[in-house]
Design a protein around this ligand. Structure first.
Ligand SMILES: *[C@@H]1O[C@H](CO)[C@@H](O)[C@H](O)[C@H]1NC(C)=O
Ligand SMILES: *[C@@H]1O[C@H](CO)[C@@H](O)[C@H](O)[C@H]1NC(C)=O
Ligand SMILES: *[C@@H]1O[C@H](CO)[C@@H](O)[C@H](O)[C@H]1NC(C)=O
Length: 398
C-alpha cells in the first residue's frame, strides 16, 4: 500500500513538475542591445534540456545579427518572441539572417516582430534580373524542422525572402503577418520546397514578390484563409529552372483573398527545363479577387529576362489541376490564361464556377487556352477558351 501510494505520488509530482517548471531561458539584454550571443546561449541551453523548454525574448527592441539555431535537440523547444529584433542594415553577401534547423518539435510564437531592415538592400538588389548577383539574406529560414507550430509572429522589410521553408514535415504557420513595400524586389512572403504536410493559415502577406511560392518537392500543402497583396500572388513554381528537381504533389489553396496583386493563382514552369518532373493535385477553391492582374494563369513558358531558350517546350508535366469558385475583379483583360507545354500538354484541368470581371477600356476579359482541353463545370465568366489563341486538345498536332 505504502509503496503503491509512493509511486503514484511521484507520478503526480512528475506530471505537475513537467507543466509547472518547463524551464524558461530568458534572453537577457537591455533594450537596444545586441542579443545575438545571449539568444544563442539560451537556445543552446534549451536544446540540451532533457524536458521541453522555452526561450523567451521579452518585450523591447533588440539588435540581432546572423544566427543559426541548430538541433537536434534533446526535447522540443519553444521560442517566444515578445519584442522586436532588428537585423543589421548592411548584410551584403550573407545568405541568411535567422535560421532554425534540424529541430524536431518546435514552436515559435509570442506576437513579436522580425525586422529585416531591408530598405538599403533593396536598392542594390538585382537578383530578379540575373543569375549572377550578390546574395542578400533571407530573414527566416526553417531547414529540416519537423512537427512545428509557428504562430503570431510578424516579418517585416526582409532584404530577400521573408520566410523560406525547406525539407520540413508537419509544420503549421498560423496568424503570420508579413509586410514589405510593393516595390521591394525578391521579398517573397513564404517560399517552400521539399516539405511534406505544411499548413499556412489565417495569415496576411503584403510584399514585393510572390505571396506564397511553392518550389519543387512540395507535398501536401494547405493554404487557407490567407490574404495576399500587394505582391505577385500565389505561385506554384517556378519549376524546371534547375536540375535535380522533385515532383510537386498535393497543393490546396482555399478561402484566400488576393488584393491588387500582379498575378493571382499561378503555375509557372520554365521552357527547356533541365529536368522532367510532374506537378499534380493542385487545387484552388473559394478565392476572392480584387483588382488582380492575370487572376488564373498556367504559364509553361515562364522566362523572365530571357534567361532561357523559349524554343524548347517545358518538360514539366501538369496533371489534376482545378480552379473552382474563383470570383472578383481582374486588373487586366487576361482573366484566364492556360498556356500549357506544347511538348507535354496539361492533363485533367478543371475549371469550375468562375466569375471574373474586368472594366478596363481594352476589355472585355479573355479566357485563353493552349495545349489544354479543360473540363468545364458550372458556369464560366468569361466564356472558356474564347478569347484568343487557338484551343488545342492534348495530342493534337503542334
Ligand atoms: C504535428 O506537429 C504538432 C506540433 O505542432 C504535434 O502536436 C502533432 O502531434 C504532430 N502530428 C504528427 C502526426 O506527428
Ligand atoms: C470556405 O469557407 C466557407 C465558410 O467557412 C466554407 O463553407 C467552405 O467550405 C470553405 N471552402 C473550402 C474549399 O474549404
Ligand atoms: C488596380 O491596380 C492598379 C495597379 O495594378 C492600380 O493602378 C489601380 O488604381 C487599381 N484599381 C482599383 C480600382 O483599385
Amino acid at each position: 500500500m505504502g509503496s503503491y501510494f509512493g509511486i503514484s505520488t511521484i507520478l503526480v509530482l512528475c506530471l505537475l513538475g513537467y507543466s509547472a517548471n518547463a524551464e524558461v531561458f530568458r534572453v537577457p539584454g537591455a533594450p537596444g542591445s545586441d542579443i545575438t550571443q545571449a539568444l544563442l546561449k539560451a537556445f543552446t541551453s534549451a536544446c540540451q534540456a532533457p524536458a521541453p523548454s522555452q526561450v523567451l525574448i521579452p518585450k523591447g527592441e533588440y539588435k540581432l545579427g546572423e544566427i543559426a539555431m541548430t538541433g537536434p535537440c534533446k526535447s522540443p523547444v519553444e521560442i517566444t518572441l515578445q519584442g522586436t529584433v532588428k537585423a543589421d542594415g548592411n548584410m551584403q553577401g550573407k545568405e541568411r539572417w535567422v535560421v532554425f534547423e534540424k529541430i524536431n518539435g518546435f514552436k515559435l510564437n509570442g506576437g513579436g516582430i522580425f525586422d529585416g531592415e531591408g530598405n538599403a538592400a533593396w536598392r542594390t538588389n538585382n537578383c530578379h534580373k540575373t543569375f549572377e548577383c550578390k546574395k542578400l539574406p533571407i530573414s527566416l529560414r526553417f531547414d529540416f524542422v519537423d512537427n512545428a507550430d509557428i504562430r503570431d509572429i510578424t516579418s517585416m522589410d526582409s532584404k530577400n525572402f521573408h520566410i523560406n521553408v525547406i525539407s520540413g514535415k508537419n509544420m503549421t504557420f498560423d496568424n503570420i503577418k508579413i509586410s514589405a513595400p510593393a516595390e521591394s524586389p525578391n521579398t517573397d512572403g513564404i517560399h517552400l520546397g521539399r516539405c511534406d504536410g505544411v499548413k499556412i493559415l489565417n495569415s496576411k502577406i503584403a510584399t514585393g514578390d510572390d505571396c506564397i511560392s511553392v518550389g519543387d518537392g512540395m507535398k501536401n500543402l494547405l493554404v487557407e484563409k490567407v490574404v495576399c497583396g500587394p505582391g505577385h500572388g500565389i505561385s506554384v513554381g517556378s519549376l524546371g529552372r534547375y536540375g535535380f528537381e522533385e515532383d510537386v504533389a498535393g497543393v490546396r489553396v482555399v478561402n484566400c483573398t488576393l488584393v491588387g496583386t500582379d498575378n493571382g493563382l499561378r503555375i509557372k514552369t520554365w521552357p527547356s527545363a533541365k529536368c522532367t518532373t510532374t506537378a499534380s493535385g493542385i487545387h484552388f477553391e473559394d478565392i476572392i479577387l480584387q483588382n488582380v492582374s492575370n487572376p488564373i494563369l498556367i504559364d509553361q513558358e515562364y522566362c523572365p529576362w530571357n534567361q532561357c531558350n523559349k524554343q524548347k517546350p517545358s518538360t514539366i508535366k501538369l496533371v489534376d489541376i482545378s480552379f473552382r469558385k474563383i470570383r472578383g475583379t481582374s486588373g487586366n483583360k487576361d482573366a484566364v490564361k492556360l498556356l500549357c507545354s506544347k511538348g507535354i500538354p496539361c492533363e485533367n484541368v478543371e475549371i469550375g464556377d468562375i466569375n471574373i470581371e474586368y472594366k478596363g477600356a481594352d476589355g472585355p476579359p479573355t479566357f485563353q487556352c493552349s495545349n489544354v482541353n479543360p473540363k468545364l463545370v458550372g458556369t464560366q465568366v468569361p466564356k472558356a477558351c474564347s478569347g484568343g489563341s487557338a484551343v488545342m486538345a492534348p495530342g493534337s498536332s503542334s
